[in-house]
Design a binder for this molecule. Structure first.
Ligand code: ADP
Ligand code: MG
Length: 508
């Protein structure tokens, strides 16, 4: 038994190492036999407030450099910060949606460090009194569900941006981002696999999108994730030394970076080395992590209470008001879809994964009056296009109303399913209504009973053998008759009516 185990192990490793494109998934699976990874994530979400965290200037992206800047953002003496009310409301929403306790009193703190894109010389953040703490997020994986603890969620402001690749001799600084509001969500070290980390991030994205407090786009940097990773021999309680991974700009990259890092640490330990606490950068082109700096300690930042801002007081009234404003979140919506629209749990999960996809589906259902047909077309055709084009439902070209018209054509038996698909494909690049297109494309089914009767009579006349056998009990021949009718009518006869007509004629 042991021998077989070792042989398998040997060949797995052999395969993994000789593969041209490295397959860390395989390698880490093997290594997982002996070791267990411990992972904690720090996620920054950029809030969708109109103005900055402490200054009354717009916080939108994409403007010309250094145009969204006030003396406060530049760190001029004599300027004073004022808290953006929505920063507080949004973070409380997030806290409530993730089962956190909300501190009745919390304060801001200065995190001091020098950087050219930080004119003040400190970031306003929260240190030992985060406004939200002790929460959890439930994640679903293929074969199990798991609860991931949240240590804290706190408020902070972003720094500006240093641009190193536009001028060959200088670094440019854009301060538009300086002072935009962020929340940092810190997980407990409860995550054990890269897949769990991926599921956790997906859930965070879903929650912030449902709450409409952040657009959740990791590629564009509105969600950012640092991953703390350590490994320990299975069964040991004490955590190993962790490294912190940065610079992953997609969910997949977070998963890959953690996978790589777990393997790197296990290899290092197996070779007799020791993991050093450090910050490492994920290099997308090389698919590996590399050292950025050795770990800084909290005391290096000389945190101290921000003297220019009063404590944040959260009254019970404010709390219950915000609680009332919370939208229906994905988990609840999913259960409602199963009950209200009688759909499978899998379909409900897919439809509610993205808030706006769920909204779209409900809109189509509202217009078409048939949830079953609406969910069918959204789950198959619409999702297929979104995947093919890598776009969100907000960028999808067919409005819910136009799609509902297509659904109704099919439900009213005016077109068949293959025609529905053809019309759908044409609608993607066309403003015409489903009915207009179906007519133009000659796809409208004929339901005129006189027309259908004449076709069926003709078929009965021309196929006496089949008619005889049908009458003797060979009912499978119905398919043959319908096929003939479709052929005779060039696909336009309504097959349901043909079936009824054949039955009427042959069974009396
Ligand atoms: P720091 O400011 O040093 O990064 P934080 O408290 O902000 O510390 O974040 C620490 C993160 O690292 C948390 O998500 C925590 O769960 C995680 N963490 C702590 N110890 C370990 C460990 N040994 N292995 C993996 N993750 C860890
Ligand atoms: Mg950290």
């Amino acid at each position: 038994m042991t021998l077989i185990y070792y042989l398998c192990d040997y060949f797995n490793i052999f395969n993994a190492l000789t593969k041209p494109d490295f397959d860390i998934r395989l390698m880490s699976t093997i290594a997982h036999e002996k070791y267990e990874a411990v992972i904690g994530l720090e996620v920054h979400a950029q809030l969708l407030t109109k103005s900055k965290a402490f200054a009354s200037v717009a916080a939108q992206y994409g403007e010309a450099p250094n145009t969204q800047v006030t003396p406060l953002c530049l760190g001029h003496p004599g300027t004073l910060p004022v808290v953006n009310e929505n920063l507080v409301r949004y973070i409380i929403k997030m806290g409530l949606a993730t089962n956190c306790s909300v501190a009745p009193v919390s304060i801001f703190a200065r995190k001091n460090y020098f950087y050219p894109d930080l004119p003040k010389g400190y970031q306003i953040s929260q240190f030992d009194t985060p406004i939200c703490f002790d929460g959890f997020i439930d994640i679903e994986l293929e074969d199990y569900n798991k609860r991931i603890g949240l240590t804290r969620i706190h408020m902070e402001e972003d720094a500006g941006k240093s641009i190193h690749d536009q001028d060959p001799y200088n670094t440019l600084v854009d301060l538009n981002r300086a002072g935009t509001p962020l929340i940092e969500i810190v997980s407990e070290p409860d995550i054990r696999t890269p897949q769990e980390a991926y599921a956790y991030l997906t859930k965070i994205k879903q929650i912030v999108q449902y709450l409409e407090i952040c657009d959740g786009n990791m590629e564009e940097g509105s969600l950012r994730c640092d991953a703390n990773v350590s490994v320990r021999p299975r069964g040991r309680e004490k955590f190993g030394t962790r490294t912190e991974l940065k610079n992953m700009n997609s969910f997949r990259n977070v998963e890959r970076a953690i996978e790589f890092e777990i393997f790197r640490q296990i290899e290092l330990i197996e070779e007799g080395g020791e993991v050093v606490q450090q910050t490492r950068l994920w290099d997308t082109s090389k698919n590996q992590t590399r050292v950025m700096r050795s770990k800084e300690e909290a005391h290096d930042y000389r945190y101290f209470p921000e003297p220019d801002l009063p404590p944040i007081i959260v009254t019970d009234e404010l709390l219950s008001k915000i609680r009332e404003e919370l939208p229906e979140l994905a988990d609840v919506r999913q259960k409602r879809f199963v009950e209200e629209y009688k759909m499978s749990e899998v379909d409900a999960i897919t439809l509610t994964e993205d808030r706006y996809l769920a909204d779209y589906f409900e809109e189509v259902t509202g217009y078409a009056g048939n949830a079953k047909s609406a969910s069918n077309i959204v789950l198959s055709e619409v999702l297929r296009i979104l995947n093919e084009k890598s776009i969100d439902i907000s960028e999808f070209s067919v409005s819910a109303k136009r799609l509902a018209e297509l659904v109704q054509l099919k439900d009213d038996d005016k077109i068949n399913s293959s025609a529905m698909q053809e019309v759908f494909n044409t609608m993607l690049n066309n403003e015409k209504s489903a009915e207009e297109l179906a007519k133009e494309m000659n796809l409208i089914q004929v339901s005129d009973s006189g027309f259908i009767e004449s076709i069926v009579d003709e078929i009965i006349k021309n196929n006496p053998d089949e008619v005889q056998r049908y009458k003797e009990g060979k009912k499978q021949l119905m398919g043959f008759f319908v096929g003939q009718a479709m052929k005779a009518s060039k696909g336009q006869a309504n097959p349901k009516l043909v079936t009824e007509m054949v039955r009427k004629k042959l069974e009396g």
